[in-house]
Every structure is written in structure tokens, then in C-alpha cells.
Design a protein. Structure first.
Ligand SMILES: *Cc1c(COP(=O)(O)O)cnc(C)c1O
Length: 361
């Protein structure tokens, strides 16, 4: 069986270092907001090419706190892609704002810069874009438009650690870059975790307070904060994995190339462009008989996933949230997309095998 994901296997190369880090943290006896978190924040900021980074408890919290730090009037509108993981939209709602869905470019699956302008209204305050599946959005036109219309930009980088646009890593293009370290992500912890990257020391300080009961000085509370802290154990593991993130991404890119070169043209493959250095959090293809293809692959011992089976506007939780409910491109993607195995634990032979089986479908 070729698994879709095996997290024990994918983390095995780091086990010995993780055990040392675990023992050190245990001995130190300091488990929340200590030197591991500070060290990781510095290293991850450096990696992303930004001056500031603050660790938080999850990717969802990173998105919520980024919006809260920008301090928009309640009920203002945030533009989000119509095809994203539900967390992006939940973050807007939890921040007391209104999500407005914008359809994607059908070739990149990322928010379509040409459609953003039409969605901007008098109450629009921000664009929350998602670098989906590990491919950067087309940042130049988005940043230009945001600047012209006075909109803030938050990047949901949960699927794009290390992805680049025109040679620059994502996370520092907008006002905030929000990251998740959920175990399956390219930079995954052994539990939950997240971080917010930014270029602005004042905004970064806001995140630092918001994540810790509104306080950066014990027992003095300046903001209505929450408890959303990255913990010392996870930060220790993440610092270790971060030193190997480029290697993880390179491995996934090598596997992606095997799919890109080998899969027959019946499958719609991910777009590749000179502007984008993709890190393939997911390698998706599209096919009109997706469900039959998935069954066929399972019959040949290849496990796949669907990211995602139900579009956000069709989720039960989202009933009544959106003014309009017709998002044909998002529907088309959700109905046809299939995610193939592509992890640090997979070998090139595994992928050649999947290609061989796929091409007989
Ligand atoms: C994983 C993910 C999140 C949420 O991250 P958590 O750490 O699970 O809260 C947000 N947005 C996108 C696009 C994701 O893939």
C-alpha cells in the first residue's frame, strides 16, 4: 500500500534530535514562552525574510489574531478566496468581520487578482489571500490593487512554508503572514502550533500581547487578549525541523516533477510558472471522473485525499453567511480535484509506481 501520509515515517529522520530537545526542555522546566519559542521566532522570521515573527497556538489563531491586530471596525468586509480551507473564512468571522468570497483563477486555484477589484466595496478593509497547495498567489497585481484601494493584506501561508514569488518567500508581502504548524504541513510540529510574521514592529507587538492575555508584562493587561501561545516543546521541535525545511521542500518538488513529467495529459496537472517556486503541500490533479479514479487507485493500493470535498459556501456552518451562493469555479475545483501522495516519507519509486497506475486509468 502506498499511504497518503505517514507522519511517524515523515518525522523519523528527526527523532533523535527531537528526543534531545525534549530532554533539554524537561530539564529546564520552563514550558511556556521561554527560550525555545524566542529562538524559533527569530529563526523562522529570518527564514521568511521578515524582521518579526510571533508564535501562537495554531494557524487559525494566527489568522484571527492578525485580523484583530489590524483593528478594523466590526462588520467590515474581508475578501477571501471561495476555494480555501474553512479556517480562512472562520478567522474572518471570529474577528467580527464579514467574509466576501472571490473566485479563483482556474489554472492556479489561487484568488484571481482580476476578480478582486469587482468585490471591493465601501466596507472592504482587507484581502486575506491563501497560497493554496504550496503555490504563491500572483502578488504584484494584488499588492498594487491593495495599495491603490487602501486595503490591508493578510497572507494565509498555512500551506506554503518556503514557497516563493519572484524569488521572495511568502509571509512578508502583506501586513501579516499567518502560518500553521499542524503536523501534516511542510513545517509540521508534533501537535498544534502557528506563527504570525510581519514587517512592522508595532503590529508584531500587538500579536505578542493578544496571544498572551493582552499582556507583555506579567499581570498588566493592555488588550482583551486570549491564550494562544506556541509551547516550548513544539518550538524546540520546530527549530530542528526548520533547519531541514528546504530539504523537505526540495524532496517534494522532486516528487512533483515526476508527476508533472510522467502523468498523461488526461489529468489536469498543477500549473508551473517562472514567477512561482512551489512547495507542493499538496499535489493535486483534476479529472472529471475523480471519484472513480480515487476508487481505482485504492483498488491498486494507492491512497489519495480530496482537498476539499465540500466548498465553503456549501458547508452547513456557513448557511446565511454569504450574500451570494453561486461560485461555479470553486464548485468545479471541489468536484474534480484529487490529491496524490507527496510527502517527505515517499520515495521516487513510490511516485513512479503511482504514475504507472494512474496512466492505466
Ligand atoms: C491548515 C490550514 C489552516 C489552519 O491551521 P491550523 O493550525 O489547523 O489551525 C488555515 N488555512 C489553511 C489554508 C490551512 O491549510
Amino acid at each position: 500500500m502506498i499511504e497518503f501520509e505517514n507522519l511517524a515515517q515523515a518525522n523519523r529522520p528527526f527523532f533523535e534530535q527531537y528526543k534531545e530537545s525534549f530532554a533539554e526542555t524537561m530539564e529546564r522546566g520552563w514550558f511556556i514562552l521561554g527560550e525555545n519559542v524566542r529562538h524559533f521566532e527569530q529563526e523562522f522570521a529570518r527564514y521568511c525574510g521578515v524582521p518579526h515573527c510571533t508564535g501562537v497556538a495554531s494557524g487559525l489563531d494566527a489568522l484571527i489574531l492578525a485580523l484583530r491586530a489590524l483593528d478594523f471596525p466590526p462588520g467590515n468586509e474581508v475578501l477571501v478566496p471561495s476555494n480555501t480551507y474553512i479556517a480562512t473564512i472562520l478567522a474572518v468571522l471570529h474577528a467580527g468581520l464579514k467574509p466576501i468570497l472571490v473566485e479563483p483563477d482556474i489554472t492556479t486555484y489561487n484568488i484571481d487578482p482580476r476578480r478582486i477589484e469587482d468585490a471591493v466595496g465601501p466596507k472592504t478593509c482587507a484581502i486575506m489571500l491563501v497560497h493554496l497547495y504550496g503555490k504563491s498567489c500572483d502578488m504584484d497585481p494584488i499588492l498594487k490593487l491593495a495599495h491603490r484601494r487602501g486595503l490591508k493584506v493578510v497572507e494565509d501561508c498555512a500551506q506554503a512554508h518556503g514557497a516563493k514569488y519572484k524569488g521572495r518567500r511568502v509571509g512578508g508581502f502583506g501586513d501579516f503572514g499567518a502560518f500553521s504548524f499542524y503536523p501534516t504541513k511542510n513545517l509540521g510540529a508534533l501537535g498544534d502550533g502557528g506563527a504570525v510574521a510581519s514587517n512592522d514592529p508595532r503590529l508584531d507587538a500587538m500579536i505578542g500581547k493578544l496571544r498572551n492575555y493582552g499582556s507583555d508584562r506579567k499581570y498588566y493587561n493592555e488588550l482583551i487578549g486570549v491564550n494562544s501561545r506556541l509551547d516550548e516543546l513544539q518550538a524546540g521541535f520546530l527549530s530542528i525541523k526548520l533547519t531541514r525545511l528546504d530539504e523537505i521542500n526540495a524532496h517534494k518538488r522532486k516528487l512533483a516533477q515526476i508527476y508533472l513529467d510522467g502523468l498523461k495529459e488526461d489529468f489536469i496537472k498543477p500549473a508551473v510558472s517562472a514567477d512561482c517556486f512551489d512547495v507542493y503541500y499538496i499535489f493535486n490533479i483534476r479529472h472529471s471522473r475523480r471519484d472513480a479514479l480515487r476508487e481505482y487507485l485504492l483498488g491498486h493500493e494507492v491512497k489519495t485525499e480530496i482537498h476539499y470535498p465540500v466548498p465553503p459556501h456549501r458547508q452547513k456552518a456557513m448557511q446565511g453567511v454569504f450574500d451570494k451562493n453561486s461560485f461555479p469555479l470553486s464548485e468545479e475545483i471541489h468536484a474534480t480535484t484529487l490529491s496524490l501522495p507527496i510527502s517527505y516519507a515517499h520515495s521516487e519509486d513510490d511516485i513512479h509506481r503511482v504514475v504507472e497506475i494512474m496512466n492505466k486509468f
